[in-house]
Design a protein around this ligand. Structure first.
Ligand code: NIG
Ligand code: FE
Length: 417
C-alpha cells in the first residue's frame, strides 16, 4: 500500500523501544531520532526513520499530504487513561466549602459531591450528555489527547449507567474512547442501609453491559464510606466473570487493601495510590498492574502528600498518569497534569512522556496500537511548537501542541498557545 501522508523535517522524534509497557527504570530512556521523517498509509504508521532513508525507501503517493515539521519535535498522541468525562452539571460551588475545610468525604456524606452530580446526570437526556462529552473531548484534543478512557458512575442505577455508556458509544467524536463501567462509584441514598444489595444490582448491570458491548472495563471506588475490600473483590471478580477487564480506584484517602484485591484479580490498573504501602507496590509488580497516578486530584482535594512515584519506578512498575477529569477536578489539559507530575511527583520529562503515552496505553488495553511512533501503530501524532519535549514541562500552563494527527488525518493545525 502506498503512503498517503509524510511528516518530514522533524527535529526530534520521540518514541520508546520494545513492545509492551515501559518498566520504571527505562522510562527515562526514550528513543530519540534527530532529523526524522514518518510515513503513514491508511491511518497507520508505515515507516519511521532518518529523513534521507525515508525519501530513499518509502513508496509515497503523488498526491500524499506532506507536512514540513520545520525542525520541531514530534511525539505520540497523548493517552489519558482515567477520566469521568460523561456527566451533567458543574460543582464550582463546592470550592469555597473545600477552602473552608470541608473534606471530599464530608461533602459526599452530606449528599454533595458524586451524589449531586448523579442527580444532575439523571435529569439529562442522552443528547445533552453526548453534547457535553463532545465539547470536553474537543478541548482535550486541542491539548493533544488522542485516546481517552471514559468511566460511567454518575447514574448509580441500571438505566442511567447504561445511558452514560450509550453516550460514550454514540458519540461521533474522533478521539478513541475506551469505556469503563464504574457502577459502584458511590452508595446511592436508596441503598444506604444495604450496600451489598447495591453491589448485587451492579453485578447484574455488569453482565448486561458486557453482553451489549457497552464497556471494556469495570471499576469500583474502594474507599472508607464507599466500598470496602470485600465488596470490591466480589464486584470485580463477578465483572471479570462477565467478560470485562478490571480496574480499581484504591488507596486515595485510606488504604483498605483495594490495590492488592485488584492485583490479585488481574486488574489492568490501580488508580490514585496516594497511601499505597510496600505490599501494594509488590502486588502490582507481581500482577503486571499499571499504577495510574492522578496529581490533579491531589490539588482539588487540597492534599499536600504525593504518591510514591519514584519508588514505583525504582521497582520497575510502568507508571502512568491521567487527568481524572471529573466535576471535582475539572481539567481537560493533560499537559497541566504533566507539569504536576514533574514539579510535585519529581518525574523527569522523559518519564512523564512514557507515563502519558505508552504506559497509559497499556493501562487501557491499547498496547501495540497506541502510545509509540512505530511501524504498524495507529498514526496518532503531535507536532509540538518546540524543538524538544522538555519545553512542555519547563514552560507550563500553555498549550505546546501545534498540530494533531489522529488516525492518519491532520485534524488540527496552527493551534494557539
Ligand atoms: O477519581 N474518587 C472517586 N471518583 C472520582 C471523583 C468523582 C467526583 O467527585 O465526582 C475520582 O477522583
Ligand atoms: Fe477517578
Amino acid at each position: 500500500m502506498q503512503d498517503d501522508m509524510v511528516l518530514h523535517n522533524i527535529g526530534k522524534l520521540y518514541t520508546f523501544p520494545g513492545e509492551g509497557p515501559v518498566p520504571g527504570t527505562m522510562m527515562d530512556s526514550p528513543t530519540i531520532i534527530e532529523g526524522a521523517a514518518i510515513t503513514i498509509a491508511d491511518g497507520k504508521i508505515s515507516m519511521v526513520g532518518k529523513e534521507q532513508d525515508i525519501w530513499d525507501n518509502a513508496d509515497i503517493k503523488d498526491d500524499a499530504v506532506c507536512i514540513d515539521c520545520k525542525g520541531k519535535c514530534v511525539v505520540p498522541g497523548f493517552v489519558d487513561p482515567h477520566t469521568h468525562l460523561v456527566f451533567a452539571g458543574t460543582r464550582e460551588f463546592e470550592l469555597p466549602l473545600k477552602l473552608k475545610g470541608a473534606t471530599y468525604l464530608d461533602i459526599l456524606n452530606a449528599g454533595g459531591g458524586i451524589l449531586r452530580t448523579v442527580n444532575d446526570t439523571k435529569a439529562a437526556s442522552l443528547e445533552e450528555l453526548i453534547a457535553d462529552l463532545d465539547r470536553r473531548l474537543d478541548r482535550m484534543l486541542r491539548y493533544g489527547t488522542t485516546t481517552v478512557e471514559i468511566k460511567s458512575g454518575y447514574g448509580l442505577d441500571r438505566t442511567t449507567e447504561i445511558k452514560l455508556l450509550r453516550a460514550v458509544k454514540d458519540s461521533k467524536h474522533p478521539i478513541e474512547k475506551v469505556p469503563t463501567f464504574l457502577g459502584p462509584h458511590a452508595i446511592p441514598p436508596e441503598f444506604r442501609h444495604d450496600p451489598n444489595a447495591f453491589i448485587d444490582l451492579m453485578i447484574e448491570v455488569a453482565w448486561e453491559v458486557s453482553k451489549e458491548g457497552l464497556a471494556e472495563y469495570a471499576d469500583i471506588f474502594c474507599e472508607t464510606g464507599v466500598f470496602d475490600e470485600k465488596q470490591s473483590r466480589r464486584f470485580l471478580s463477578a465483572a471479570r466473570d462477565a467478560g470485562l477487564k478490571i480496574k480499581i480506584h484504591s488507596d486515595e484517602i485510606k488504604n483498605l487493601g483495594g490495590t492488592v484485591v485488584g492485583a490479585e484479580l488481574g486488574a489492568s490498573s490501580a488508580d490514585h495510590l496516594l497511601v499505597s504501602e510496600d505490599r501494594d507496590l509488590d502486588a502490582m509488580k507481581e500482577a503486571g498492574t499499571v499504577p495510574v497516578l492522578l496529581p490533579g486530584t491531589l490539588l482539588t482535594i487540597f492534599e499536600q502528600r504525593v504518591p510514591r512515584a519514584r519508588e514505583m519506578m525504582d521497582r520497575d512498575l510502568p507508571v502512568a498518569i491521567a487527568t481524572d477529569i471529573n466535576p471535582n477536578c475539572m481539567v481537560e489539559n493533560l499537559q497541566f497534569i504533566m507539569a504536576l507530575a514533574c514539579y510535585r511527583l519529581r518525574m523527569t520529562p522523559h518519564e512523564i512522556l512514557a507515563a502519558s503515552t505508552v504506559n497509559a496505553a497499556h493501562a487501557i488495553g491499547r498496547t501495540g496500537r497506541k502510545g509509540r511512533i512505530r511501524e504498524g501503530y495507529d498514526a496518532d501524532l503531535l507536532v509540538l511548537k518546540d524543538p524538544s519535549f522538555e519545553h512542555v514541562l519547563y514552560n507550563f500552563g500553555v498549550n505546546h501542541v501545534e498540530k494533531v494527527i489522529l488516525g492518519g488525518r491532520l485534524l488540527l493545525d496552527n493551534i494557539g498557545w
